[in-house]
Design a protein around this ligand. Structure first.
Ligand SMILES: [Zn+2]
Ligand SMILES: [Zn+2]
Ligand SMILES: [Zn+2]
Length: 377
């Protein structure tokens, strides 16, 4: 495996750790917005205008001021009528990663308007003109860029041989699912999350039903079996059928936040890195024996590294350790790595602290963004 040393990811993390430090300069006038207004505008379908050079790409996925975003070109030109009528394939693709197309766009220095958003509805504010020269605008669905899916190897996209399979993935692409998969890489989550959680369509007695259900299981995750009685907020009650008003016991399942976000087509399960680390630690304590196959690796690992793991699996890499506690004799655990190959002293870290400590201990450690860049090199 070729190792490219790129410290940009590290410094981004370091910067993010120091809360007060901000030397971002967004070219648009939006830059001086306070955090609150910034998040409100970012969560709209219109989004915030940016220069491509302001886009942060160190994590592999796209972000602005530490918020994960989607990038789109609002100007649909003469295709606007078709796009507004729901013909998604006619529209310009939106981007989710530092893909080949984005690289070319940066080099071309065209005068397109670029917008970023973290709106969760899948709608984008677009405009264009009719053949009679009239201006049109409105909210529309757009397709995700295939080069982005390939770049991240999102849900093993690079392994798909058939065009029809790739189209199907584009059609099925779900923005909330995507953003929640990478949530541990970011400190701020989309504004809409809390709103959605408040008005999620649950029945009135939901709170007490959920509480009683989880208590009846002694706060154990029904999927990975960890005991969350000391961290009850990390255990959710999931509706198996998706119908949030069907509270029959056979439709309920207690899931830790990570097992919950790994459910197909699941919404608003943004997991903080510190919570993910705790869950990983509890899973280790429960399991003890270690990873016996890729299936366990995927069940255990943070979904932010799933695309990487799928790539390593396909390339026949050795089975990695997940949530590896790196210790040196005297100081105990000095770093926790998302994935690691201890015999080779290689690994991938999410937090800057773990990254630095592992590197200091002589490990070849990469950030998630650098690992993603490597598999594309
Ligand atoms: Zn792209
Ligand atoms: Zn679980
Ligand atoms: Zn659920």
């Amino acid at each position: 495996m070729k190792l490219l040393v790129d410290f940009s990811g590290l410094w981004m993390n370091v910067k993010r750790m120091g809360d007060g430090i901000s030397d971002f300069s967004l070219s648009s006038k939006r830059s001086d917005l306070g955090d609150d207004l910034f998040d409100t505008e970012l969560s709209s379908t219109e989004g915030i205008e940016i220069d491509l050079s302001d886009l942060e790409v160190d994590q592999g996925v796209l972000s602005i001021k530490g918020r994960q975003v989607l990038l789109f070109i609002p100007d649909q030109g003469s295709k606007i009528e078709a796009v507004l009528q729901g013909e998604r394939h006619e529209g310009k693709r939106f981007h989710i990663a530092d893909c080949k197309t984005l690289e070319n766009m940066k080099k071309a220095k065209r005068f397109d308007r670029y917008m970023v958003t973290n709106n969760l509805t899948g709608r984008f504010k677009v405009y264009g003109w009719t053949k009679f020269g009239a201006n049109l605008d409105g909210d529309a669905d757009l397709n995700v860029c295939q080069n982005c899916l390939k770049y991240l190897n999102y849900k093993n996209f690079s392994s798909l041989k058939k065009k029809s399979e790739r189209y199907e993935r584009v059609n099925d692409f779900n923005i909330v699912n995507f953003l929640t998969s990478y949530s541990t890489l970011f400190k701020s989550f989309p504004r809409e999350v809390s709103k959605e959680e408040r008005t999620g369509g649950y029945g009135d007695d939901w709170k007490s039903v959920s509480q009683a259900y989880r208590a009846s299981l002694n706060y154990q995750c029904e999927s990975c079996n960890i005991d969350l009685s000391d961290y009850k907020n990390l255990l959710h009650t999931h509706h198996v059928s998706g119908n949030k008003r069907d509270n029959r016991v056979e439709n309920l399942k207690a899931l830790c936040v990570d097992c919950h976000r790994k459910q197909p087509l699941h919404g608003h399960m943004f997991v903080k890195h510190k919570d993910m680390k705790l869950i990983t630690r509890l899973r280790h304590e429960r399991g003890g024996a270690g990873m016996s196959g890729w299936k366990e690796v995927f069940a255990m690992a943070d979904s932010a590294v799933e695309g990487l793991l799928l790539h390593y699996q396909r390339k026949g890499e050795e089975l990695p350790h997940v949530g590896y506690a790196l210790s040196d004799g005297s100081n105990g655990v000095i770093a926790e790595l998302e994935i690691a190959w201890p015999s080779k002293k290689r690994g991938v870290a999410i937090s800057a602290k773990d990254f630095l400590a592992a590197r200091k201990a002589g490990w070849e450690v990469l950030t998630v963004g650098d690992a993603i860049r490597n598999i594309n090199a």
